[in-house]
Ligand binder design. Sequence first.
Ligand code: HEC
Length: 256
Amino acid sequence: MRKIITALLLSMMPALALAAGGGMKNYSVDIDMDNKASLQRGAKLFVNYCLSCHGAKAMRYNRLAQDLGMPEKMVKENMIFTADYSKKPDGEISKVGSLMEVAMRTNDAKNWFGTKIPDLSVVARARGADWLYTYLMTFYIDESRPFGMNNQRFPSVGMPHVLWELEGLKKAVYKTEKGADGKDHKVLSGFEIVKPGSMSKVEYANAMRDLTNYMVYMGEPALMERKTIGVWVILFLILFFFVSYALKKEYWKDIH
Ligand code: HEC
């Protein structure tokens, strides 16, 4: 037993070393897909602040309405700002059954940002919830970047800090640390708000949790259904156990 514990501890060493190093701020986030209110708030942030550049083509507005328990009318009136280019070349306002396509045309994106802007449908599956949350929490002022901002989780990112009005602007705070080579290194130790936004620190952190929550749901909308089905399957199995046990007793009662 002791050997197993030692082996387990040893196998965790690399993770511990990583956790200790680098001055990187890594946030972890609690994802709760049963929290419909949080998902709704996240969806609102997403359509207001992200869909102008990013698409989420694996998602339809009416699925959103259904899964998150919002009336279709409300979704139609408050959440659809994009155009649907699938039928007419000049596009038409997206309908509630449309895909969540990006509001911007791909060519414009290339010209403006010099890069193709990724679709975010499954970004949570590719990057993980903690990555996304940390990304949203770690934009900081960096005059050397074209938009004047950089990101700790995604250095030299081509995306502007689109939520700065909510969060405010923050600068990175550095400290000096002796590296393994014996020299002094400047490492990031945290952030400091220099221009407050419309939200407090806690409000912004909560809003980013909602947004991450929403992106995780969007990456796997069927997860919700599967969870509900899972509960019924377990209940059925428990019931079935008692039925089969009773049956077994009945079959064997004359033999013993
Ligand atoms: C003004 C346009 C614009 C808006 C609005 C925008 N983004 Fe971005 N985003 C970009 C660009 C450009 C990139 C590509 C960055 C790169 O590759 O350097 C990007 C990249 C990303 C990535 C990294 C994708 C990956 O895995 O490489 C994530 C995650 C992301 N954006 C999330 C968001 C979220 C969430 C919102 C809404 C709060 C948002 N973006 C709003 C332009 C935008």
